[in-house]
Design a protein around this ligand. Structure first.
Ligand SMILES: Nc1ncnc2c1ncn2[C@@H]1O[C@H](COP(=O)(O)OP(=O)(O)OP(=O)(O)O)[C@@H](O)[C@H]1O
Length: 322
C-alpha cells in the first residue's frame, strides 16, 4: 500500500547533462510540501526548466532520487502523470471553441463524467472570474485572460500538483496581480500544490510558502521568504548618489573599507551588507564626509528578497538549505 507523506515532491542529488555536454543540474536537492506554493527562482540557464521537465516526467535525470506524490519517478511515471498538470508558455486553448467548449473538451480527454465535469467547470469559471468573458469569442481574449483560462483548463482534471513555468512572464502589472490572486485561490480553494518558476522576486516574496533559489544547476538556498531573510542575518547600509556613475565611483574605495561586508551597486545606490550595522554606519558616514564625497542620503535597510537573491547568486561555492 502507498504510504502518504507530507511531501508532494522530494528530490535528492539530481544530475542532468544534455547530449551537448551542458550540465543543467548538478546535485540538486529540494523538498515541496503538499498544499504549498513553491517557487523556484533562478537566473537564465540556472536549470529551472530542466527541473520542471524532469519532475513532470518528460525528461529523465542521469542520477538522483525523486519522488512525486510519494511515487518513484522512474518506476511510476504514468501514475504521476495522471495526477499532475503543467502549464507551459504555449497555451493549450483552441480558439475555434468557446470558453466552455474548451473546458468540456479537456474533461473528455481525462474521461471525466459529464455531470462532474460541468460542476468542476462552473466552480473554476466562478473562482477565476471568467464569467464576464463567456459571451466573447476566445480568440478576442487578452494574453492575461488566455493564461487564466489555460490554468482553469489544466485544473479540470483535479491535479494534485500544478506546475507553472513562468506564469506571469510578459504580463502587465494588473494581469500579474490577477494571476497572483488566482494562484492563491488554487492553494486555498482547491488545495492544489503549486510549483512555479519566476524571474520576479516580489512575486516569490508575496506569494510563496517556500522559495528555492537555484544557481548553476543546484539549490543555493531554500526556505520561507522570512527564513531566507533571517538566514543572511545581515542588515544593509544604503547610500544614495545622484547617478549610477557616481555610486560606482565611490564603490571601489568603499569595498576596501568593509572587507568583511559586501559592497554592490544597484541603480544609483551603493549597498553595503554588514554584520555590525552601527560601527559600519559610522565608518561609512565618516568616510563620505572626510573625503567630501557628494551623496544624497544614507540609511539602514532590511534586505529584500531581491537583495538576498543577488547575494546567493553572486556567492560561489556550495549553498545551504534552511
Ligand atoms: N535541450 C537542451 N539541449 C542542450 N542544452 C540545453 C537544453 N535545454 C537547456 N539546455 C541548457 O541547460 C542549461 C539549463 O537550462 P534551463 O532551460 O533548464 O535553465 P532555466 O533556468 O530554465 O533558464 P531560463 O530562465 O532561461 O529558461 C542552460 O545552459 C541551457 O542552455
Amino acid at each position: 500500500m502507498q504510504q502518504t507523506t507530507q511531501y508532494a515532491i522530494l528530490a535528492e542529488d539530481v544530475d542532468k547533462q544534455y547530449k551537448n555536454g551542458v550540465q543543467a543540474l548538478s546535485g540538486l536537492s529540494l523538498s515541496v510540501k503538499r498544499g504549498e506554493i513553491f517557487t523556484l527562482l533562478g537566473e537564465n540557464g540556472a536549470g529551472k526548466s530542466t527541473l520542471i521537465r524532469i519532475l513532470t516526467t518528460f525528461l529523465r535525470p542521469d542520477s538522483g532520487r525523486i519522488s512525486v506524490l510519494d511515487w518513484d519517478l522512474h518506476r511510476d511515471a504514468e501514475k504521476i502523470r495522471a495526477r499532475i498538470a503543467c502549464v507551459s508558455q504555449q497555451t493549450s486553448i483552441d480558439t475555434h471553441l468557446s470558453l466552455k467548449e474548451n473546458m468540456m473538451f479537456q474533461s473528455r480527454l481525462y474521461r471525466i463524467p459529464k455531470a462532474a465535469a460541468q460542476k468542476r467547470m462552473d466552480k473554476l469559471i466562478h473562482a477565476f472570474d471568467l464569467i464576464p468573458y463567456l459571451k466573447y469569442p476566445v480568440s478576442s481574449y487578452s494574453g492575461g485572460i488566455k493564461r487564466r483560462l489555460d490554468i482553469a483548463l489544466n485544473l479540470m482534471s483535479e491535479p494534485e500538483i500544478l506546475f507553472l513555468d513562468e506564469p506571469t512572464v510578459g504580463m502587465d502589472i494588473q494581469s500579474r496581480m490577477a494571476m497572483w490572486e488566482m494562484l492563491g485561490k488554487i492553494r486555498e480553494e482547491f488545495g492544489t500544490t503549486v510549483f512555479l518558476t519566476t524571474h520576479y522576486l516580489e512575486e516569490a516574496d508575496s506569494l510563496s510558502d517556500t522559495v528555492c533559489i537555484m544557481k548553476d544547476g543546484r539549490e543555493a538556498a531554500q526556505g520561507t521568504p522570512f527564513e531566507l531573510r533571517q538566514y543572511i542575518r545581515q542588515d544593509m547600509i544604503r547610500i544614495r548618489f545622484s547617478s549610477k556613475a557616481a555610486a560606482k565611483d565611490s564603490a571601489a574605495p568603499m569595498a576596501g573599507l568593509f572587507p568583511g561586508g559586501k559592497v554592490r551597486i544597484q541603480d544609483n545606490f551603493c549597498m553595503i551588507f554588514t554584520e555590525d550595522i552601527h560601527t559600519d554606519l559610522t565608518k561609512a558616514n565618516v568616510y563620505l564626509l572626510k573625503n567630501k564625497i557628494p551623496f544624497l542620503g544614507i540609511e539602514i535597510k532590511q534586505p529584500s528578497l531581491d537583495d538576498i537573491f543577488l547575494k546567493f547568486t553572486e556567492d560561489t561555492g556550495k549553498g545551504s538549505c534552511i
